[in-house]
Design a protein around this ligand. Sequence first.
Ligand SMILES: C[S@@+](CC[C@H](N)C(=O)[O-])C[C@H]1O[C@@H](n2cnc3c(N)ncnc32)[C@H](O)[C@@H]1O
Length: 398
Amino acid sequence: MASELKRAFLQLDNTLSDSQHLWLPRPFTTDALPWHHTHPHLAAALLALSDDAVAQLHNSPQLHLDWFREREPQLCAALHAFAPQPAVAVRPLALDQFDSLHIPGRKWQQVVAFAAALPQHPYPYVDWCAGKGHLSRIVQRHLQQPVHCMEWDSSLVEIGRALAQRRGCDIHYHHQDVLQALPAACADPDTVHIGLHACGDLHQQLLRHVAAGGARAVAISPCCYHKVASDLYVPLSSAAQASRLRLDRPALHLAVQETVTARRAERPLRELERWWRLSFDALQRELCDTDTYLHVPSCKRELLRADFPAFCRWAARCKQIELPVTIDYDKYLQRGREKHRQIVRLELLRQLFTRPLELWLVLDYALYLEQHGYRVDVAEFCERNVSPRNILIQGRRD
Ligand SMILES: C[S@@+](CC[C@H](N)C(=O)[O-])C[C@H]1O[C@@H](n2cnc3c(N)ncnc32)[C@H](O)[C@@H]1O
């Protein structure tokens, strides 16, 4: 019989596959979104939103969901049928000031919540992509097992090592690229592997290692699903391998695209950049006589503190486009503003799929572990405003 997680995956997979036309095409790349024909009422309602309403929906996941629930109740129910519950803290942690040394506030909350949700195992722990080893130190003191930290940035290894020594912790730092063969102590099957916010390929490597080597238990909180070497997502579980979905990097990026924790101070600059990019796109479409969006690489912030003509000169150089001597920049800024106005509204629909897409990936990982004999649990280890990447996947072999 299919497990609960498998049933959740199949249901979500069906919904996401059937609704691809709603979330795969990106509004800034095309004027002709396929769902404008299938859902004209939705397009009209979104485009009619006031600036204030748009800001509210972008800033509040709850209001956003309520707005769509009113208009697409069945779709919303299917997308959110699988909702991981808050992780139960296994133990209260006795923490002191030393534990939080060198850790910014939000990171500290994440580390503490993650550590509190880890059950006791009588085996050494292996912390993947450990950074300075903040999580390792708390885990070591509370679970009273040796911890092996793997981290490839030698300066973080040095700082971590010094902090662990000052604390007298039984922690062993390995200056290690986790994509290479692991040190013997970390490859031993009698270990528990943990990973807090190791990106794309790194957390997948952790899962593959665990599945192949049969570690006793595993606990990961994945992030940055789009940071992978291959252009198309390679599913791990057989259920996801059988899916109709083919996720390219922009689709994977959608899984992490919420604005929940984007720093407020950074938002105006980000919006300015989007406006200028769209304005430059309007210019290049006319100059190159094309209907195709032209991707321009990311730029330095200083460029955004200059002016639009300077931005255009830079973008044109990047794409080897010759600019005429006189350009009516205001005309393109106006077009860009109009396009930007539409896009921030139309993107509200894609955002409805952000969390379900992330949960599709999470369930792929969870099913992969189940396939390899683990009993798996998926939960939220912290609030989403502490970190939007708040999923904790835990597996243990009986
Ligand atoms: C987002 S940080 C997470 C750090 C820590 N787990 C935490 O939550 O504070 C990711 C860490 O992975 C490390 N890293 C990146 N690629 C790596 C690799 N191939 N092998 C080992 N560590 C790597 C980075 O240097 C960075 O410290």
